[in-house]
Design a protein around this ligand. Sequence first.
Ligand code: NAP
Length: 276
Amino acid sequence: MRHILEAIQSLTSSGGSATAVSADFEALTLPESYRAVTLQKEETDMFAGLDSRDKDPRKSLHVQDVPVPELGPGEALVAVMASSVNYNTVWSSIFEPIPTFHFLERYGRLSPLAERHDLPYHVIGSDLAGVVLRTGPGVNAWRPGDEVVAHCLSVELESSDGHNDTMLDPEQRIWGFETNFGGLAEIALVKSNQLMPKPDHLSWEEAAAPGLVNSTAYRQLVSRNGAGMKQGDNVLIWGASGGLGSYATQFALAGGANPICVVSSPQKADICRAMG
Ligand SMILES: NC(=O)c1ccc[n+]([C@@H]2O[C@H](COP(=O)([O-])OP(=O)(O)OC[C@H]3O[C@@H](n4cnc5c(N)ncnc54)[C@H](OP(=O)(O)O)[C@@H]3O)[C@@H](O)[C@H]2O)c1
């Protein structure tokens, strides 16, 4: 992975043309394996009989080398520079409400390509900022060398049900939770329609942090297919200093609504007041 990291570091300083950068990245040899944060299928019962609060993610999460997955049509392999820990990371790691391997088995039954995801290990993580390494057949909007952020919505979009609202696609999944090859790894596999340009003014870490929580809060509160929040609405936000809550608070303020923030301590109330 070192030569990939060096190429990425020189990318930020080189200022070369997009075509030259793309050719440079295409010429990079991909490793056969990469380091990833995984859960093991054979360990799904390891916390049996324990209260949720006693289930320790440090016992179930492993860092291991896994093979680079085969690249399919409409997909991209991305070198991950930063990812994030979400609540679904916690759910996954304590095998609640159900082990994520059930999702992978079910996805695996969809098609021979989806079958790649059904493995005895699960690479988790639903956010990333990084650089495109390879694109599959049919990908035209992205090239190797592009600096990107990935959102976490993985959809097949073969049914018209999802055309007005991809969340309603019957084959809608959260990448790195209900699919394999997630973001807490050196390399991730995504559908190319998950990619967005990385904002230049954000660091890798800043770019990787907001994707899942920001999109969720926007979808729930602001979007046409969500609550359609409008000026003057009173918006009750439980856990307002957390990931979703802090974005919800900012959306409410920016949209002229009144955020009513519920938090559990004076310190968290200060975080909310600091948002305005
Ligand atoms: N469906 C989706 O698309 C989707 C997407 C993302 C997240 N989620 C879910 O949304 C929730 C929030 O995610 P997040 O990333 O914002 O997590 P987070 O940053 O950890 O924030 C969660 C907040 O919940 C509050 N909280 C903790 N225990 C509580 C309790 N017993 N009763 C009431 N509030 C409690 C905490 O605030 P206080 O200490 O101030 O109470 C905490 O700040 C999670 O359940 C997550 O799984 C759903």
